[in-house]
Design a protein. Structure first.
Length: 300
């Protein structure tokens, strides 16, 4: 849907009204509220979660703001279908971050948000998933607050929820997982240095964001810290979209199966006994060619 808009800027246009929403700003208002509406003619930044890909998973608020933006700074993980909903004459600015290829460094993104808002624009900072779950939304909010720029944050369906739901893998289940842990496989300085003893506990589900490139290492580390080699694990590529693929296996077999399938980012890793339910609960994959799954028992 509107694929031609990807990475192609358009001219900025008229500011639309706020639709009656109470816009957030740093600090509290004089009336004790948590935020105040922006002054007339003053710019505003909206950090909006675009969800995992399916545009129908956008919140109503996010969909409205997409239609009101003067400028949209969007990430690599924002799907073309979602991007196609942005107001047609809004300025589009690509700020995607791929491995070893950052269109804009984070410092430049921060500065750009402030500069556009100070021109009186309604700025949409559109992020895949949720802005506060490995989306650097907290860093950008801090920068805006430090520079006195009013902002509002709109949560989105995080990729872990989207991938697990559309992959037929519940993140929690009374029989298998009483806790769920989100971690990132891509650290600030490149090292995959996580709390492995904590992650290798039973009775929980572990979801690894941005970890496909380190899949083999992650599986080996989990085994080295106590989980058996036949512990269930899965990887979900392009979750919630028509291109979704799911690879299931164990800590021992998943790296090889994912490599054989040519699995690439964006993808999430799900580790835990809940993966065993995939064969029973996989409701989304109706096309056999889009499904790469291995129904062998997880335990001998």
């Amino acid at each position: 849907m509107h694929d031609s808009r990807k990475k192609r800027p358009a001219s900025a246009g008229q500011v639309f009204g706020p639709g009656g929403s109470a816009s957030r700003a740093p600090g509290g208002g004089k009336d004790g509220s948590h935020g105040v509406a922006p002054q007339r003619g003053r710019g505003m930044v909206y950090l909006v979660g675009a969800g995992p890909g399916d545009p129908e998973l956008l919140t109503l608020k996010a969909a409205r703001l997409l239609q009101q933006a003067d400028a949209c700074i969007y990430d690599h993980l924002v799907s073309n279908d979602v991007l196609g909903l942005v107001r047609r004459n809004a300025e589009l600015i690509y700020a995607g971050k791929e491995k070893s290829n950052h269109a804009l460094p984070q410092a430049e993104i921060n500065a750009l948000l402030v500069a556009l808002a100070r021109k009186g624009k309604r700025v949409l900072r559109l992020k895949g998933g949720d802005p506060f779950i490995f989306g650097r939304g907290g860093e950008e909010m801090q920068f805006l607050a430090e520079h006195g720029v009013p902002f509002e944050v709109v949560p989105g369906v995080t990729s872990a929820s989207g991938a697990s739901t559309y992959g037929g893998i519940p993140l929690t289940h009374r029989d298998y997982a009483q806790a769920c842990v989100f971690v990132t496989g891509h650290r600030k300085h490149g090292a995959c240095d996580l709390d492995w003893p904590m992650l290798a506990r039973r009775n929980q589900t572990v979801v690894v964001y941005m970890g496909v490139g380190q899949l083999a290492e992650i599986c080996e580390r989990l085994k080295a810290h106590g989980l058996p080699g036949d512990w269930p694990a899965a990887a979900v590529e392009r979750a919630t979209t028509r291109k979704q693929r799911v690879v299931t296996g164990t800590l021992t077999t998943l790296p090889g199966r994912a490599a054989h399938a040519g699995l690439e980012p964006p993808a999430l890793i799900i580790v835990g006994e809940v993966v065993k339910l995939r064969g029973e609960l996989g409701w989304f994959d109706s096309d056999a060619e889009s499904l790469i799954t291995h129904p062998e028992p997880a335990h001998a």
